[in-house]
Ligand binder design. Sequence first.
Ligand code: ATP
Ligand code: LTN
Length: 334
Amino acid sequence: MIGDKKVLFSGMQATGNLTLGNYLGALKNWVKLSDEYECFYSVVDEHSITVRQDPAVLRKRSRALLTLYIAAGLDPEKNCIYYQSHVSAHAELAWILNCFTYMGELSRMTQFKDKSAKHADNINAGLFTYPVLMASDILLYQADVVPVGIDQRQHLEITRDIAQRFNSIYGEVFTIPDAYYGKAGAKIMSLQDPTKKMSKSDENPNGSIYLMDDPDTIIRKFKRAVTDSEAQILYREEQPGIHNLIDIYSVCTGKTPDEVVKEFDGRGYGDFKLAVGEAVVGQLKPLQEEAARIEKDKAYLDGIIKNNAEKAGYFANKTLRKVQKKVGFPERVR
Ligand code: ATP
Ligand code: LTN
């Protein structure tokens, strides 16, 4: 707890241009939760280098991601929005927790298996211990709740296991966090292959709507979206393409899937795709305008970056000092 509020932590990597999936599945939920909790939203740049990055591109994308957090509606005066690498406690706690995590546990992580298959020429130790850094992010702030997509479930479970293991040896040091999986938009699928999730690292740019796509591009991508030959707009698993479009339209408009089905009863796929495209354009336009406005105000953004890193550092160091003492590191001489 901070004051009378429970604590929320989440983060995203700046490894690509954010997609509609990241927005509807994660960011939009963050904004909804931000009044209820004391929130820490990090741009997890240290996680990003588990895969090789171009330094200039990573720096640019990290700033763009931080800007997007604010543009999406997270007030940086109320929510602590910061770069992970600006708070050294993350890396320091990760080292300690590495010594409380087993090789066997980490070997079972499906993300490690997937990413090491994809980057066979660079299976580095950081990729393997990625979940320990993630556990450190969460545990440093004594987070009660962590909103993520279903794909992060295993990482949340290992975080809880590490925290419980540490607590069972040293007493109640860490809060055990709960995952929060938003219902709406939990999994937005690729527009080109609706059996695969929309992903920022997809090679085919037509499968993903990027948050910075212009209206014409968005409409064109929806017009080309893969559907089926059933010629009826129904919300069922047998029609994954239409199912996905109904989900997207439903999250953008706040209507239930049943209401969407009724609204488009008897209409053609062309009409429906256009309506979904327009709904998405309507969602993204204010976000894009706001991001462009904030980006121009360098001094404002720099101030937020500095103040929030200090705020995050204050809370993170409180936990880190406690942990260092528990494991037996010598006290600092003042
Ligand atoms: P990558 O393609 O680089 O693996 P990604 O697009 O899957 O990236 P992440 O950075 O892993 O995105 O995820 C950021 C957040 O967005 C996570 O909470 C994740 O669960 C959520 N998310 C990612 N893709 C989708 C999607 N298609 N639908 C809903 N939520 C998503
Ligand atoms: N692994 C997450 C990003 C991430 C995260 C976190 C999410 C890093 N640290 C802490 C929640 C809490 C991802 O790839 N989506």
